[in-house]
Design a protein around this ligand. Structure first.
Ligand code: GLC
Length: 636
């Protein structure tokens, strides 16, 4: 399916209007009663963005309607029909969504050339307002070949280490600015409560406290202290709000993604909205509202959530960027959908390909007084506050990428941090008879499993392409098999995907799990290990030697007999390019410290979280480490 041809969830079209209106009335009444009873939340003090408010407002006063509407428009570079649209339509932003590589190919030079050529176009406009160029640098600058690919957020959640997450975000920002790009649609601060959701690996945890802690650390790492540093990029906590709390069956193709979060406001606030407070306190410049709905109302068109709660009560001073064609889902009529979304509080619209039509329709809506000029001015003021805070409007501002950043791109220093993140993300679930750590003086270790020698499986979705893909996905990475061989040069390390030939080795390591996916493509009704993986573990067990299973997946899976057959079992999540970190734990160069960021279900009927009163297979926070070697008893 083409990237931008998105199936829409059920019940978006048709009778939504009347039902929604009744529901909205009831919800509003309930809410009013609730709010009246509750002391108003202390509002967040103005952010540092407000220091630029006066300059932003003065600039808005000088702008034409065409210039204002242009600033609110974000087109995808792959759909820009004529580069002159940048200056002729006064575009405020361009993005590279998934699968939107430079026309000249996926090299650092081509990315930088694309960015600079589009930025240069803004120099030809009356006001010379530079672009914000957005990209999904969500686990490193993960679109660009050769970039360091860090563990996805699920693995970072297992580390519980905000300092490490902040450092990872700083490196991500540096490798993003290396191509000139100055904005990333990260961190995802969703709180997944049903791991059947295909975006669970983009979440740090099911626990809002963990998400809040690590999400704020990521914002600080991406933006730096003042947003205007040479290594800063604008951050985008996403997807506001409740994207991780949707009900199975209400999403795209009856899945969970983009579905309906059905809960009262107290639950929404306590679980899903909670991480946004810390993200705003950390100075987040932008926030991305969700495709999903709350009690039947699309968040992208929900004024209560976007304006009253997020902007007024929580004091968010940055701007809201809608998700990829998310505005289209707010109402069957596109012009009405635009009006509803902008009036609800959307400040910039991600309208990858229909940007000319969008500009025309929003201009009509303003002229017809269906969108007040005050709303337009507020949106553009918010956008300009961010651009001013980033230094984009200074006379000396040089939009070109700093060539010096190329030297560190994908370099050893960055990879060392990623390796440390992999080490700390590993969760030891089981270690019978202390079969781990492995010995580097072993004569032979056999390795098996579909993901033992597969960088693409290690990296998961949002890697080079939108969905990611199995195989040698990017240069510069190290598979787990290669890492084991490098760690123990004196040991014969043999390999077969199905574990054939394992007999006679000192131990067998079976690396299994999930192939890459992203968004709705990862929604599953069944999280059981596949037959190939189960067969590999069966064969390993039949070899009669210690069996170590390493699971490379975006979430806990239903392990079945594989757990019983394994002597030791490690969850590696989606570790990214630095497989050495896995070898470090297997050989004991780093004793595992990771703790489960998600409850591990015993069976599918224990999903969503809380659905069952029986004990899970492993609780949130579970994680073993290596026992110190037994102390030799002193001879008498
Ligand atoms: C996607 C995702 C969002 C991403 C955006 C731009 O559909 O929902 O997380 O940032 O489009 O690629």
């Amino acid at each position: 399916m083409a990237r931008n041809a998105r199936p829409v969830p059920p019940d978006v079209r048709g009778t939504q209007g009347v039902a929604r209106f009744r529901f909205a009335l009831l919800a509003a009444a309930l809410l009013a009663a609730t709010l009246a009873a509750r002391p108003a939340e202390p509002t967040t003090p103005p952010s540092m963005l407000m220091a630029f408010d006066a300059r932003a407002r003065a600039l808005v006063k000088r702008m034409t309607l065409a210039e204002k509407v242009g600033q609110m428009t974000q087109a995808d570079q792959q759909f820009i029909r004529d580069p002159a649209d940048v200056e002729n339509l006064f575009l405020g932003s361009v993005l590279s969504g998934g699968d939107s590589d430079p026309p000249r190919g996926n090299t650092l030079e081509a990315w930088r050339g694309l960015y600079e050529s589009l930025q240069e176009r803004t120099r030809r406009t009356r006001l010379r307002i530079p672009l914000l160029y957005g990209i999904d640098a969500v686990h490193g600058n993960s679109n660009v070949l050769g970039a360091v690919i860090f563990p996805h957020n699920v693995g970072l959640g297992a580390t519980r280490n905000p300092r490490l997450v902040r450092r990872i975000a700083e490196i991500t920002a540096a490798e993003t600015r290396a191509i000139g790009v100055n904005w990333t649609f990260a961190p995802c601060v969703c709180v997944p409560r049903d791991i059947r959701w295909g975006r669970s690996y983009e979440g740090f945890s099911e626990d809002p406290e963990i998400v809040s802690l690590l999400g704020a650390a990521a914002v600080r790492g991406l933006q730096g202290r003042t947003l205007r540093g040479p290594l800063s990029v604008a951050a985008t906590p996403k997807h506001f709000v409740g994207d991780g709390g949707t009900l199975a069956g209400t999403g795209v193709e009856k899945g969970l993604d983009q579905g309906d979060a059905r809960m009262d406001e107290e639950t929404l606030q306590r679980v899903h909205l909670y991480p946004y407070r810390a993200a705003i306190d950390a100075g987040a410049a932008t926030i991305m509202p969700s495709y999903s709905s709350w009690n039947g109302i699309k968040v992208t068109g929900d004024r209560r959530l976007l304006t009253e709660v997020l902007k007024e009560e929580m004091g968010f001073d940055g701007f809201l960027i809608s998700d990829y064609n998310a505005v289209d889902q707010v109402h069957p009529d596109y012009k009405t959908a635009i009006g509803m979304s902008v009036n609800a509080g959307i400040d910039m619209v991600m309208v990858p390909d229909r940007y000319r039509e969008f500009i025309q329709l929003l201009t009509e809506l303003v002229n017809e007084r269906r969108v007040p000029m005050a709303r337009i001015d507020d949106a553009v003021t918010r956008i300009l506050r961010v651009k001013l805070a980033m230094g984009l409007m200074e006379p000396r501002y040089d939009f070109r990428a700093d060539p010096a950043l190329e030297r560190g791109f994908g370099g050893a220093e960055h990879r060392a941090v990623a390796r440390q993140a992999v080490r700390e993300s590993m969760v030891l679930l089981k270690n019978a008879h202390h079969v781990l750590p492995l010995s580097k003086s072993a004569r032979r270790i056999h390795v098996a499993g579909k993901s033992a020698d597969d960088l693409g499986n290690q990296a998961g979705g949002w890697t080079i392409t939108w969905q990611g893909k199995s195989g040698p996905v990017s240069p510069g990475g190290t598979t787990i098999l290669a890492a084991l061989r490098r760690a123990a040069p004196g040991t014969e390390i043999t390999y077969s995907p199905d574990a054939s030939g394992a007999a006679g080795a000192d131990a067998v390591v079976v690396v299994i799990g999930e192939a890459p996916y992203a968004e709705m493509k990862g929604d599953r009704h069944d999280l059981s290990l596949d037959k190939t993986d189960l067969a590999a573990v069966d064969n390993a067990r039949a070899a009669g030697i210690p069996v170590i299973v390493v699971l490379v997946s975006g979430r806990p899976m239903i392990l079945g007999r594989a757990l019983d057959q394994a002597d030791a079992f490690l969850a590696a999540w989606l570790p990214g390019t630095e497989g050495d970190g896995v070898a470090d734990v297997l050989f004991g160069d780093y004793a595992p410290t990771g703790r489960l960021p998600y409850t591990w279900p015993r069976s599918m009927d224990q999903l969503p979280l809380g659905a069952s009163t029986t004990a899970p297979l492993f609780p949130l926070g579970h994680g073993l480490t290596y026992q110190p070697p037994p102390r030799m008893s002193r001879s008498r």
